[in-house]
Design a protein around this ligand. Structure first.
Ligand code: ZN
Length: 310
């Protein structure tokens, strides 16, 4: 009897463990592919979807840059499962150590895979990142609780380096520059510049095909885009969507944000209601973007609040 009880307990324990670890570590239904878009620059292009349990939060572009001595990770992805798979991919591509994790901004689809990189010595973020993380982490944990239960509990990485304007990082035979931006997509946006290949990792300062999501300042975002345009990048990697040339990829976002700014400003000047502005401002943009219906009302609301106090 005792033996049978012990066997059952072991059996139960193994079921619980396999349930926990199957989803947390292996996430067998999840595949991550990294494309080498330029020598030593690897990108995984996320799906053009919102975060769900089914996609494990695999909706953002994430990646890493390999030097001769070490590797810099740019955003560990949207869940612990993504972070874990990303780490496996990196280790299968290069034996070099990961010296830096760069967190481009505190949005869950970009940073909640951090639990796979807690041993990395240098974590680079914007000076406003910690404040954003303190204010929002609990909200995101609750909003995506089902995803994180399935995908393991999240660990929020704590920045070690956040007091800089431009930070140069030497990876051995390769220099990258990390820039802090004024409030735009969020109030804690970073971009990464690979000096040797003139590649700009714009992250969420640039959305391609998917509607840009405003969580900072529409005027500031346009100003940051003008600065990025001045870099004359050969290749640009957006936070969502395909990579390519700045002029080609940035034109639709410039058009949308300029329209959002001008028409919201006019609505505020005319004393129109927010509910009216949500239905009319930049309404003709709907055919050009994925996820327009779910994201555009929030963008108008954010812009309206910003421009009301101009
Ligand atoms: Zn974002």
């Amino acid at each position: 009897m005792k033996q049978r009880f012990r066997r059952c307990s072991l059996c139960l324990a193994s079921i619980v463990l396999s349930w926990l670890f199957t989803d947390v570590v292996f996430a067998k239904d999840l595949q991550l592919e990294f494309q080498e878009i330029s020598a030593g620059i690897y990108v995984h292009f996320g799906r053009q979807e919102t975060m769900t349990v089914e996609n494990y939060g695999d909706i953002a572009n994430i990646g890493f840059i390999v030097g001769e001595k070490s590797i810099a990770v740019i955003d560990p992805g949207g869940s612990p499962a993504i972070g874990t798979l990303m780490r496996k991919n990196i280790e299968s591509i290069s034996p070099l150590p990961i010296s830096h994790v760069i967190l481009t901004h505190f949005h869950p689809d970009h940073v909640f895979g951090g639990s796979a990189f807690t041993d990395v010595p240098v974590v680079v973020a914007h000076r406003n990142y910690t404040r954003a993380s303190t204010q929002r982490a609990q909200f995101y944990r609750e909003a995506f609780s089902e995803l994180f239960i399935r995908s393991g509990q999240i660990t929020t990485l704590i920045p070690t380096d956040d007091q800089f304007d431009t930070m140069r990082i030497e990876l051995g035979g390769r220099t990258i520059e990390v820039r802090q931006h004024e409030t735009g997509h969020t109030d804690n946006d970073l971009s990464v510049w690979d000096v040797g290949t003139a590649t700009l990792w714009a992250s969420d300062l640039l959305f391609v095909e998917r509607l840009p999501s405003l969580d900072g300042s529409v005027a500031g975002w346009i100003a940051s885009m003008n600065k990025l345009a001045g870099l004359s990048a050969k290749t640009v990697i957006p936070g969502h969507g395909v990579h390519g040339s700045w002029d080609q990829l940035a034109a639709p976002q410039f058009r949308y944000l300029n329209k959002l700014l001008a028409q919201t400003r006019a609505a505020v000047a005319d004393n129109r209601r927010l509910s009216d502005a949500v239905n009319t401002v930049a309404a003709d943009e709907s055919e050009h973007w994925l996820l327009f219906e779910s994201r555009h009302p929030g963008n108008v609301t954010k812009a309206f609040t910003e421009l009301e106090w101009e």
